[in-house]
Ligand binder design. Structure first.
Ligand code: NDP
Length: 308
């Protein structure tokens, strides 16, 4: 059976940064890219807030740059999905694509989180063309335009107020007759003149043409439908961390995110480290994920040195 020192699961900014640091520390890391090579950033368009790209960069291109950098430094980047993992004893035991078995002395989990979508075909069609699950990432492209945000929680309210500072009009589409968000966030929303809250509204269809989103068809509580002209459609109905594989093996919080020792990447299992959105329900930014990938590689390096 193949044995590796550091095995990294996931290929977003956290995974690739961990691979870069682990490779430079001569740990010969092996990285499995997973279901969505490049991670969530491959579903966005332009990224303008990652330092080092003065003219912005396409999400897919940036992930390719990180991948090439990790490869050049010696990381072994592999296509494959870790389908089974046993963290009950060291070396840890993993199965890739249901057949290949690997043993690892240390594991870095960087499997990320996935934004929840409504599941409409039209929403999928315009993803990256006006449909986005990240206002901080994409809001800037809708300056002085009209947009809609779906959701009634803290994220939706936060995204709506952020967008209100850039956009002309923000519609907050809420399926219930009330907001679930904290009182403070609700007040911010109600006190922002260019946010209009549409209670008891659901999205029937995202409308658009070859250029992208042009509107949305909404369904009211009484079943009647009407259309609104918008150019950006933002989902803020929650994320789910990709931690199914680690259920009952690593300590997870009530939302399923991996719990780490504060200030480190150490999980409840010695030798297993977590980086990026899979352990971060709050910030969800590429630069934060990259930073935590660095921390995980340094923690793994120290752990392996302590085992000698
Ligand atoms: P939440 O689960 O709190 O809220 C999700 C919202 O989306 C709810 O209003 C829910 O409606 C709505 N929703 C879910 N599915 C659908 C659907 N299919 N169609 C329409 N609406 C839907 O997620 P958040 O991301 O807002 O927050 C996650 C956690 O992070 C929370 O604990 C939150 O408090 C925290 N957070 C804290 C922040 C802060 O303190 N600054 C900022 C952001 C998040 P319904 O109410 O009907 O279920």
């Amino acid at each position: 059976m193949e044995r590796v020192k550091v095995l990294i699961i996931g290929s977003g900014p956290a995974g690739f940064t961990a691979a870069i640091y682990a490779a430079r520390a001569a740990l010969n890391p092996v990285l499995y890219e997973g279901i969505e090579p490049g991670g969530q950033l491959t579903t966005t368009t332009e990224i303008e807030n990652f330092p080092g790209y003065p003219n912005g960069v396409q999400g897919g291109e940036m992930m390719n740059d990180m991948r090439e950098q990790a490869k050049r430094l010696g990381a072994d980047i592999r296509t494959g999905i870790v389908t089974k993992i046993d963290l009950s004893s060291r070396p840890f035991h993993l199965v890739v694509d249901g057949e290949k078995e690997v043993e690892a002395e240390a594991v870095i989990v960087a499997t990320g989180a996935s934004a929840k979508y409504l599941g409409l075909p039209s929403e999928k069609k315009f993803r990256g063309m006006g449909v986005s699950a990240c206002a901080t990432c994409d809001g800037f492209f809708y300056r002085k335009q009209d947009v809609a945000v779906v959701g009634g929680g803290d994220t939706a309210c936060e995204e709506a107020t952020y967008l209100a500072s850039l956009c002309r009009q923000v519609y907050l589409v809420v399926r219930k007759p009330y907001l679930r968000a904290s009182k403070a966030m609700q007040e911010r929303v109600f006190n922002t003149p260019n946010i209009k809250v549409l209670f008891e509204h659901n999205t029937a269809e995202v409308l658009g043409d070859e250029e992208g989103v042009t509107g949305v068809r909404l369904r009211k509580g009484d079943g009647s439908e009407y259309e609104l002209a918008i150019s950006g459609f933002f989902l803020a109905i929650g994320h789910h961390p990709n931690t199914e594989l680690f259920d009952r093996q690593l300590e997870l919080d009530e939302q399923g995110y991996i719990v780490v020792e504060p200030g480190t990447s150490k999980t409840s299992v010695e030798g297993v480290f977590a980086a990026g959105d899979v352990r971060d329900p709050h910030y969800r930014q590429a630069i934060v994920a990259a930073g935590s990938g660095c921390i995980a590689a340094l923690d793994a390096e120290r752990f392996l040195a302590s085992q000698k």
